[in-house]
Every structure is written in structure tokens, then in C-alpha cells.
Write a protein that binds this ligand. Structure first.
Ligand code: BES
Ligand code: ZN
Ligand code: ZN
Length: 483
């Protein structure tokens, strides 16, 4: 889909359909030419509501305000509203709030809204929309800077197409996307975008003493991989590592999940898939930051060879872990990959992204990620990047010493689950913090994306299924480091 800025008045742009946002229910605005007909249809401009006027070739969509998160969502709804029509060329005015970032949000909404996952459908839907022309004429007579507007559109495309790239990986079924396939995707990405890529196979994982990751992987016919992608510009302004949980399927292992809970566990690779999407966006935007992406790609299965509750595993950093539940596998995989990432790269910030706990979804709801860290610096960076800037919701969950005590083991250094039924998102984060070395303690933040990564209904600019959670959030955090 082409999105282009046109230095022309909206009325002088050639297109089949004009999109008009009704801002803050102001039906008297001069842009709203079909006011009478809209009244007849009881259209009041409620956020995300749409009204397509085929006679006048105008599409009206409500936005409560010009804030980015409202525009992004409304733009996505606009594209969805014309999905099955024959309109292929759309025009829209500029809607400026503080600066050109509202143009970025609108353009992101278009690309995110056009997404649908149809790999397994015999009949593909026809979405004809091919071109969107954005006029430099603004809705509220504000002067727009066309260089900045053009840059905003380019940025939007890089971020939103990378989010869609992540959505595709997550939506792919576990027998079509297993660890080796994730490694292939990473290698192709590296080739296409000039990234460095190293893939660790089981023999190398053994050499690296990543025994906890190997234990989780053991019962699967799909062998594990650890992926390391890097973007290395000259004179980088910072060095960042991002680590992702890439469980291409989580059956729970011998602590088998009940069948209702097993459905959607193809999405347990969402953290790792987000890392791949982030690396794609970083390369496309050519950010002046050195970024390293690590993915632990593993399948958690059952079988005679499976790791067991009661096993004691030795992690890469030498800590011993008593396994009491094989369904708490993500933290075991991450423990080793976090150690590996810290050994390979001395970073200014280290973030991990994981669909780690059902408890996080219970605690903060399915639209929000949980952010945990030992220090305010990394968590504030992420919190600032959420909501207004990136459109992703995130909230902080605080560690405390009492919850830390619940991970005690009688026979090993630590247990892989806590001895209390409460605070499960935080105890999982506390477990991970045991694998962060002293040098990185105040540089690390954990992002639990278990809620927003995969939702089985539409919400905001997100479709049914994978949302690409984490991509926009982390890219916005990285961008804030160079502003
Ligand atoms: N992948 C799951 C967490 C999850 C649950 C993600 C629901 C998305 C939606 C993780 O591996 C898991 O099973 N965690 C357990 C931990 C428990 C055994 C301590 C959980 O949340 O129940
Ligand atoms: Zn699990
Ligand atoms: Zn899992």
C-alpha cells in the first residue's frame, strides 16, 4: 500500500474516496459536507464509528481527540470499513495535534488496519485499497512541515509493516513455525536488511552450557535454536540488547495444560517474534543505536525424554533450579538466553519480551503489558514510550522482598515457581532477575506481553489474533534515546 504526501488542497487531489475524521463530535466543522445525511443516519462521530456515504464518495470516522492513540485506532477502522468495497484510492487531510507525530499515528493506523491473516484460507478476501494520499492541507488550518510529515510517513511504514511482520510469524501454526523456521526467518531478515546473524544449534548450546534451555527442548522433535541478530551502525549512541521468549509451542510439558488453556499457545513465541520485528524496524529506520536481538526458540512438549517436575537443572550462570512445574518453561529458556546475551554484549539497556504468565493477564487485563525492573531508569523509558507515543498500553508491577522469598528451594538455589498462588507475574520477573549480573542489574527491564500479544477479538488498531505487541513499544523507547 502506497501512502504519499501531496502538496495540494484536499479538493484538488484525485481520488475515489475522501476520508473525513469527525473530531470531538463536532458535526458543524466545515469539512463535514454531508451533515444533513449524517444526522438522518444518527451518526454522531463516536470514536471509531464509521459511516460510508457511497453517493458522495465520502467516509466519515469519529475520533474523540487528535491524540495519537485515537487517530491510529480510527485510521485502522477507516481501512476496515472499506475492506470489501471497490475503492482503491483514498485521500485525507492532515490532522495535526502538537506536531507531525499525529500524521505518523494516522499512517500507522492505515497499515495496521489493512492487516489480515489469511495464510490458511482457501478464499482470500479482496482488499482493493492501494493508495492513500495525505494532503498538506490541515483540518484545523495548521501549517504543516512537509519534510517532517514525509519523515513521519516513512517512520510509520517501517514500524507498522514490522508489526505486521511479527503478527504473521505469531499467527503461523506450530507445525509451520518451529525453532528452525524462526532461525530461517532471522537469516532471511539479516540478508535483506544488512543485519549480522548468528544461529546456535544444539551442539553450540551445549558448549555454551545452556542446559536449562536444552532441558525444556528435549522432548520435542523440533530441535531448539538461539538466534542472535545485530544492527551495528558506526559511532552508535547507545548499545541495547533485546531478548525474546520464542516458545513455538507450549503444551505445558509433563505439567500438561488443560485443553482449553493449550489453544492459542502457538502465540507463546510472541516475544521472540517481536524481537525479529523490532530488528526489522531498527534496520529499516537505520537507527544510530547498536541493537542486539536474541531469541530462544524452543518447543515445550511431552514424551519419555521430557524434563520433569523434581529435576534440578543448572543454568548457564551456574545457578541450580528445582523444577516444580514444567509449564513455567519460559523463565527457564530466558534464564539461559539472558546469561548468553550479557556474556556477548555489554549493553546500556537490556529488555526482555515474553508471554510469561497468565497471572499478568489476570492482574492488568488483556490489553496491557506488565513492566518489571530493579531500577526506575529502564522501566520509565518503556512506560514513557507506551500509550501516547506507541499506542501500546503498559503498566509497572513492583518487585518486593517478600515475593522474592517465595522462590526459595530446599534442595537447589531457586525454584522455577513460587510457593504462593498470588503475584505470579512478579514472581516470574523476580526469577528472571536472578539471571541478571551485577553489571546489568540497573539496566534491565522485563516486559510480560502475555495479555496483548494474542487476543481473540478485534481491539483498537489490532485484528483478531496476534497484535505484534512489543514492536511499537520498544521501537518508540529506542527512538526516545536519540531525541
Ligand atoms: N506461556 C505461558 C503463559 C501464558 C498464559 C501466556 C496465558 C499467554 C496466555 C507460560 O509458560 C505458563 O504456562 N505460565 C504458567 C506459570 C505457572 C506454572 C507458574 C502460568 O501462567 O500458569
Ligand atoms: Zn508454560
Ligand atoms: Zn510459555
Amino acid at each position: 500500500m502506497k501512502i504519499e504526501l501531496k502538496d495540494k488542497k484536499i479538493k484538488d487531489i484525485d481520488a475515489q474516496l475522501e476520508l473525513i475524521f469527525v473530531v470531538n463530535k463536532d458535526m458543524d466543522h466545515k469539512f463535514i459536507v454531508d451533515q444533513k445525511d449524517l444526522k438522518k443516519l444518527n451518526f454522531e462521530g463516536v470514536q471509531d464509528s464509521t459511516c460510508l456515504m457511497a453517493q458522495s464518495d465520502r467516509l466519515y470516522v469519529g475520533v474523540d481527540s487528535l491524540e495519537s492513540f485515537n487517530l491510529r485506532s480510527a485510521a485502522a477502522k477507516a481501512i476496515k470499513a472499506i475492506k470489501s468495497t471497490s475503492y482503491s484510492k483514498l485521500k485525507v487531510a492532515s490532522y495535526i495535534d502538537q506536531d507531525e507525530s499525529s500524521i505518523q499515528a494516522m499512517a500507522e493506523g492505515f497499515v495496521l488496519g489493512k492487516y489480515s491473516f489469511e495464510k490458511y484460507k482457501s478464499k482470500k478476501s479482496k482488499n482493493k485499497i492501494e493508495t492513500i494520499a495525505i494532503s498538506t492541507q490541515s483540518f484545523n488550518d495548521r501549517k504543516i512541515n512537509s519534510d517532517r510529515a514525509k519523515e513521519a510517513i516513512q517512520t510509520a511504514k517501517a514500524i507498522a509493516t514490522s508489526t505486521n511482520f511479527t503478527r504473521d510469524i505469531v499467527n503461523t501454526t506450530p507445525d509451520d513455525c518451529y525453532p528452525v523456521v524462526m532461525a530461517d526467518i532471522a537469516q532471511n531478515l539479516a540478508k535483506e536488511h544488512g543485519l549480522e546473524c548468528t544461529i546456535l544449534k544444539p551442539s553450540e548450546l551445549k558448549e555454551q552450557k545452556m542446559e536449562t534451555l536444552l532441558a525444556v527442548a528435549r522432548a520435542s522433535r523440533h530441535k531448539p535454536r538461539v538466534i542472535h541478530l545485530s544492527h551495528k551502525p558506526k559511532k552508535p549512541k547507545a548499545i541495547i540488547s533485546i531478548v525474546g521468549k520464542g516458545l513455538t509451542y507450549d503444551s505445558g510439558g509433563l505439567s500438561l495444560k488443560p485443553s482449553d488453556f493449550m489453544v492459542t499457545m502457538k502465540a507463546d513465541k510472541s516475544g521472540g517474534s517481536a524481537v525479529l520485528g523490532i530488528m526489522r524496524a531498527v534496520a529499516k529506520l537505520d537507527l544510530p543505536i547498536e541493537v542486539h536481538g536474541f531469541v530462544g526458540a524452543v518447543e515445550n512438549m511431552i514424551g519419555g525424554d521430557a524434563y520433569k517436575p523434581d529435576d534440578v537443572l543448572v543454568a548457564k550462570n551456574g545457578k541450580t533450579i528445582e523444577v516444580r512445574n514444567t509449564d513455567a518453561e519460559g523463565r527457564l529458556v530466558l534464564a539461559d538466553v539472558l546469561c548468553y546475551a550479557q556474556q556477548e554484549v555489554k549493553a546500556d539497556y537490556i529488555f526482555d519480551l515474553a508471554t510469561l504468565t497468565g497471572a499478568c493477564v489476570v492482574g492488568v487485563g488483556e490489553y496491557t503489558s506488565g513492566i518489571m525492573s530493579n531500577h526506575e531508569k529502564p522501566s520509565n523509558l518503556l512506560l514513557k514510550a507506551s500509550q501516547d507515543v506507541s499506542g501500546e498500553l503498559a503498566t509497572k508491577l513492583d518487585f518486593n522482598r517478600y515475593l522474592k522469598g517465595t522462590l526459595k528451594s530446599n534442595i537447589a538455589d531457586i525454584c522455577n515457581i513460587s510457593n504462593t498462588r498470588y503475584g505470579g507475574a512478579i514472581t516470574a520477573g523476580l526469577f528472571l532477575s536472578e539471571f541478571i549480573d551485577e553489571d546489568h542489574k540497573d539496566k534491565w527491564a522485563h516486559i510480560d506481553i502475555a495479555g496483548p500479544a494474542f487476543v481473540e477479538h478485534e481491539w483498537g488498531e489490532n485484528p483478531v489474533g496476534a497484535s505484534g505487541a512489543g514492536v511499537r513499544l520498544v521501537v518508540a523507547a529506542l527512538q526516545s534515546l536519540i531525541k
